[in-house]
Write a protein that binds this ligand. Structure first.
Ligand code: CLR
Length: 264
């Protein structure tokens, strides 16, 4: 009886018994997603931990706050695009992604890349003082004041806080990021069936890792996080539209091409 409680029934167990070879495939799938995550995550966790004491000074915060709205937007758009570029690299090494048509790859990145950046933000977030690693130091929400979108910034910080509370391992985070990206429900997909097959394999991978870690109950929480992510990205697109209307020249000629291609 006690043993049953330790190892709750998992439908994957049947699958493993029926197809022992597919367990090896799932292991290989997980290994390559984890490797891709590691190679594109910019900083290792130890490196970030060693930097937590680096916070912006009063004067530095004031310098960010006295930037004009369009200066600060441009600055953040460049930083975000840099992060998105790493997510594109990550995507390319998810088994099955490169087998999708170019149209479908772009469709997935258009809706998913910002979401993955926000998932990754939790690695760069210090819950002790609510700061994020930005421009070489840890920054609180006040640093982003001149963007004039406080509601988006506080929602993004709340999300990072919530992600940190889940205390995901790097492997769990890697698989979750892949699942956020490979989503057959995204708009304007040509070959939804093919995306669905890749999605199912990533889902199996995440299930497998959570089961192995004795954390099956995390799956439900992760699906809840995905719903919050969608609403954050809708908010990001609304802010971007608002900004482009007020500052059409900056948005048109000074934003990085990739940022425009994916979000505009
Ligand atoms: C996310 C994880 C990446 C590294 C990285 C780079 C840029 C950071 C981003 C992280 C988190 C979100 C961030 C961004 C720069 C600006 C943006 C702090 C840490 C904030 C939320 C402002 C968004 C403004 C838009 C509306 C333009 O691997």
């Amino acid at each position: 009886h006690d043993l049953m409680a330790l190892h709750p029934y998992n439908p994957l167990d049947d699958l493993y018994n029926l197809y022992p070879h597919s367990l090896r495939n799932i292991d290989e799938l997980c290994a390559s997603i984890v490797r891709s995550h590691r190679e594109t995550s910019q900083y290792r966790l130890e490196e970030l931990q060693a930097l937590t004491w680096k916070v912006f000074s009063r004067e530095e915060i004031q310098a960010y706050q006295s930037k004009t709205v369009d200066e600060m937007w441009q600055h953040c758009a460049v930083r975000l695009t840099d992060a998105v570029q790493y997510v594109v690299e990550f995507a390319k090494h998810i088994p099955g992604f490169r087998m999708l048509s170019q149209n479908d790859q772009i469709a997935l990145l258009k809706t998913g890349s910002m979401e993955v950046v926000l998932v990754r933000m939790s690695r760069f977030f210090n819950t002790e003082n609510n700061t994020v690693f930005f421009d070489g130091k840890f920054a609180g929400t006040e640093v982003f004041k001149s963007l004039a979108c406080g509601d988006l910034i506080s929602a993004v910080f709340d999300f990072a806080h919530g992600m940190c509370a889940l205390k995901l391992t790097e492997q769990q985070l890697a698989l979750f990021s892949a699942l956020v990206l490979i989503n057959a429900d995204r708009p304007s997909l040509e070959d939804r069936g093919r995306v669905q097959r890749v999605q199912r394999s990533v889902e199996l991978g995440l299930n497998h890792i959570l089961h192995r870690d004795n954390q099956d109950s995390l799956m439900h929480k992760l699906y809840q996080r995905m719903a919050v992510l969608r609403s954050l990205c809708v908010l990001h697109m609304e802010k971007l539209r608002w900004f482009s209307q007020r500052y059409p020249l900056t948005a048109h000629s000074l934003f990085p091409p990739l940022y425009k291609e994916l979000f505009a």
